[in-house]
Design a binder for this molecule. Structure first.
Ligand code: ADP
Ligand code: MG
Length: 317
């Protein structure tokens, strides 16, 4: 099998049909239709072996997660994911691996009706780069820089499980079913696309939590030239993180990455409408604090004491 039959066999065949793809894989570039009144969102992520995934993960899970991580970036902007390109560097042509990878990619793309429209295939140390394209109505994009003092800060789900899964891969004192639940959170995150679209109407700012709540909220504050005060008691911690981390549980929730929940801010006057809209969609979000004028991150403990928080999370360098 050469490079071209590899592309035909594992990638050209899996692409989801979309009317806005004039043509995709097979030419020097794909040609796409951006509907009038819509704006294009573009985001790129690289996954490197032993940094973003372990060599023990199946090719299915690697592909599936790579897509979800990219979809989450589009969700955080309030957009809808549409098109994907894939730059794949492979050490060898392993057909079993490619078969699984292609299946994981297909399942993930079909969940969101995303079309694979092109890419590049090369030989070298395993590395996967995805570029996702999404659409958002003109002027409705939700950015990191829109938070204003007085805004309430929300997160879309319980935190810390993915980080605990990473920390626990080598632990043998855990219940097997708990371990499986945690691995499911790590391998198959659910990007909050529906919530993101709802946020267009209500939120001042949003970000997806990939590096950890404190680090990602810090990005929002920095870009918006504001600060934040968190109510530590209100931070939703995954029950298994409480079970296995005890006193350290809050730390996991604040600093653990890879959860792909959304963190967003909303003006108090829009809160009621937002909550009604979330309830209608069957979504649950947690109010964890408030945006303040004073820069930096602070937290209120259950005793009402105010402490300063360091925005710690994952950083490659
Ligand atoms: P070029 O020589 O113009 O760079 P290639 O020979 O690399 O084109 O790729 C041929 C076609 O296959 C292109 O349309 C490209 O977008 C697509 N393609 C290559 N690799 C992949 C991949 N891993 N996934 C999806 N499409 C791919
Ligand atoms: Mg090429």
């Amino acid at each position: 099998m050469d490079e071209f039959s590899l592309i035909d066999t594992y990638f050209k065949v899996i692409t989801h049909y979309r009317e806005d793809v004039i043509f995709g894989i097979g030419d020097d570039a794909a040609c796409l239709h951006v509907p009038p009144g819509m704006q294009l969102l573009v985001s790129c992520d690289t996954l490197v072996a032993d940094v973003h995934f372990l060599s023990t993960w199946s090719a299915y899970d690697i592909a599936y997660k790579a897509v979800m991580v990219n979809v989450s970036d589009i969700a955080a902007m309030g957009g809808s994911p549409c098109w994907l390109t894939l730059a794949l560097t492979l050490p060898t042509l392993d057909e079993k691996w490619l078969q699984q990878f292609s299946q994981g990619l297909r399942d993930a793309l079909n969940q969101y009706q995303i079309a694979l429209i092109g890419g590049d295939t090369t030989r070298g140390p395993l590395s996967i780069t995805l570029t996702i394209h999404g659409l958002v109505s003109e002027g409705r994009v939700v950015r990191r820089n829109g938070a204003v003092p007085g805004d309430k800060i929300y997160v879309s789900g319980e935190l810390g499980a993915a980080a605990l899964a990473v920390a626990c891969e080598a632990r043998h004192d855990m219940d097997e079913s708990d371990k499986a639940t945690l691995m499911e959170k790590l391998l198959h995150p659910t990007p909050r696309v529906d919530l993101g679209r709802d946020l267009q109407a209500f939120a001042h700012a949003a970000i997806d939590i990939s590096d950890g709540l404190s680090a990602d909220l810090h990005h929002v504050c920095h870009e918006s030239h504001v600060g934040a005060c968190l109510a530590l008691d209100n931070i939703p911690i995954h029950p298994l993180v409480k079970k296995y981390q005890g006193n350290n549980a809050l730390d996991f929730a604040l600093r653990g990455g890879d959860d792909y929940e959304l963190c967003f801010t909303v003006a108090p006057k829009n809160e009621e409408q937002l909550l009604a809209s979330l309830a209608h969609a069957g979504l649950c979000c947690y109010c964890i604090g408030v945006i303040e004028e004073q820069p930096g991150l602070r937290a209120k403990t259950s005793e009402g004491e105010s402490i300063s928080l360091k925005p710690r999370g994952y950083s490659h360098f």
